[in-house]
Design a binder for this molecule. Sequence first.
Ligand SMILES: NC(=O)c1ccc[n+]([C@@H]2O[C@H](COP(=O)([O-])OP(=O)(O)OC[C@H]3O[C@@H](n4cnc5c(N)ncnc54)[C@H](O)[C@@H]3O)[C@@H](O)[C@H]2O)c1
Ligand SMILES: [Zn+2]
Length: 692
Amino acid sequence: MTTPAAVIMDAAAYTQAVEDALKASAAYYAGGTSALDDDAYDRLVRGIAAWEAEHPDQVLPDSPTGKVASGAVEGDVPHTVAMLSLDNVFLPEELTAWTASLARRVGHEVERFSVEPKLDGLAVAARYDSGRLRQLITRGDGTAGENVSHAIGTIEGLPDELAEPVTVEVRGEVLMTTAQFEHANEVRAAHGGQPFANPRGAAAGTLRAKERAYTVPMTFFGYGLLLPDTETALAARLGELAHSELMAQAAAYGVNTTATTAVPGITADTAEQVLARVQEIAALRAELPFGIDGIVIKADLAADQQTAGSGSRAPRWAIAYKLPAVEKTTRLLEVEWNVGRTGIIAPRAVLEPVEIDGATITYATLHNPADITRRDLRLGDHVMVHRAGDVIPRIEAPVAHLRTGDEQPITFPEACPRCGAGIDTSEQRWRCANGRNCHLVAALSYAAGRDQLDIEGLGHTRVVQLVDAGLVADLADLFTLTREQLMSLERMGATSTDNLLAAIAGAKGQPLSRVLCALGVRGTGRSMSRRIARQFATMENICAADAESMQQVEGIGIEKAPSIVAELAELVPLIDKLAAAGVNMTEPGATAPTSSDGDTGDGNTERAGGPLAGMTVVVTGAMAGPLEKLSRNQMNELIEQAGGRSSSSVSKKTTLVVAGDGAGSKRAKAEDLGIRLATPDEFAALVADYLN
Ligand SMILES: NC(=O)c1ccc[n+]([C@@H]2O[C@H](COP(=O)([O-])OP(=O)(O)OC[C@H]3O[C@@H](n4cnc5c(N)ncnc54)[C@H](O)[C@@H]3O)[C@@H](O)[C@H]2O)c1
Ligand SMILES: [Zn+2]
């Protein structure tokens, strides 16, 4: 996939784009603190190139196009041979076009290519003198680089001494592996520094930093070997060697190369073989312990390289096959805390949606609270998000240099977000004190709640006691609890035991809508449970309903219906157990759909009749008289049992508003619209048959 270009409309926009690119590039090469991610930068440069192609006479001298590394710090150590960049291709066709043009250039088909991963770090030249590492130089602008010899000794894979006392220059990439990057940010945070946004920036910043109070390791991979002094016999011999042979020689000297990785450099004889290897490396990318941003294809033989030659920016005998960006900058909006099966409480980042390699990313893993602290993440932070292959996206680090000061600390939960119990924070991964029972405790507490089975005396603490004692393993077990069992619990006297038993026995008579609600099926809250119960009248009918008949219920669409049906199917054993324990499974006042011939009808509610048939009723203000003790939920149940529809807002569709003391705007609106009003007492009289 080719990165689309930024669109530049006029000369002023062009000048601005060049300025922006240079600024980003300078920050990028200096210490990995660019305001743009690579994808955004590449888009900008492509836009600049497109505009320049249309206006060749107006190209600015400091334009980043055609240069090795515009904006990079100019060093003062000249390179023996220029350290160039690489040209890019993005598609298989572009690669075959390149091999064809290379064949024209060298006068015959190239018969041997080397294919290597394109390591995502920064290029350095390491000069060895009689086998000892003397000098380390950055790429700089390609002709001269910076002396970064202070970093000698901190780079794994770049030995202080070679296996042979040769005088050579090894070229390659310095990078941080994922583990080194995480370690570096930890050390940095411990020293009060801001985290690096990604491994590449961390390597760039670390390599150039001179007097740091701490050192953090990096890794080197060699991909070039040359001789500063071309007069020696060694020079003559190395000069004849193919790239692949030079790499074997570098490894023999003791330098780290890609040969030690899961994606070693190989040679290929044809463009097809090259492409096959490109696919292989791309497929392995997500699992590599270091970042790659493409695959480098080189003419392997020295003679072919010499004939092809080099341009001022890149060699003509090599090309980079770029892979899609796996990193983008976005914002951290929120952190959610989810409780897993075993009670592990895991944070998850909610992101401003960002597209990475064709997928829209809205969540990323955060592992554990210590991980958040260690990375110094804050709400509102710009964050570097990484996503490769099917691996769950992760936040690499905050982009600390983009902070505005408005970022907020991330608050950690003080109680289990699912069941409300305490949290065991003794390990890195936090865990609900109820552990594996968390879901059961949460499910039972919910089922016993006021709007479900309304079992008084069965609060959270008691539920935990019952679960811990192993007396209940599911909802149905509540209904077979014995007096002895309850008495055996701590702080359970005779009175509270009897009260609880009575409350449980009373709950058996709750209407179907509440029993259904107590099951906690996703998408079936209080009012939806009532609608389902009225539609089907019995639990048997509900469980027999397929997705299509489930959709007859108002508010259940094609998406929700199948998941409700599937969840209910899983609950059948529990439902049977509840029924066997004597729990009511019918909805008072509702009649089942007539037959099973497919005609589910639409008038179920009307058929049920009742004084409120066909009416939409809104309740507002304080209830009084016989209705005084009823919660809003109970009022709504009453309305529906009496054949009406309950609603919470007044509109033209409303037929009756029950307005008690303190009724405000809803009453006023009803009066405006000329809707019939009733006092709580008048309404109680209307539905007297349904009050118990
Ligand atoms: N975010 C920003 O603000 C910003 C600014 C400037 C540049 N950039 C990024 O930098 C890249 C362009 O920079 P570039 O010219 O430094 O280099 P490049 O990454 O496109 O290609 C050349 C480099 O590849 C490296 N390389 C890795 N493996 C290699 C191998 N096996 N053989 C040979 N070389 C290998 C070498 O360091 C070489 O210098 C773009 O991807 C761009 O997005 C980003
Ligand atoms: Zn819990």
